[in-house]
Design a protein around this ligand. Structure first.
Ligand SMILES: [Zn+2]
Length: 61
């Protein structure tokens, strides 16, 4: 039996709410394996990283 839930976290840069889909898979009688899908969070944080890189002065690179 697989369960799907959605967690919520906050971007450390702009404090925008970000969704984290969580999948719980039963792997034993009382054991569950959790999988956090952080792809949306990574994509969002990547936009900040890209912005920071372009804001750096040439001398600092
Ligand atoms: Zn952000």
């Amino acid at each position: 039996m697989a369960n799907l839930a959605t967690g919520l976290t906050q971007c450390p840069e702009c404090h925008e709410p970000l969704l984290v889909p969580v999948r719980a898979r039963q792997v034993g009688p009382a054991e569950y394996a959790l999988h956090f899908d952080l792809s949306q969070v990574r994509e969002h944080v990547d936009t900040h990283v890209a912005g920071l890189a372009t804001e750096l002065p040439p001398a600092a690179q």
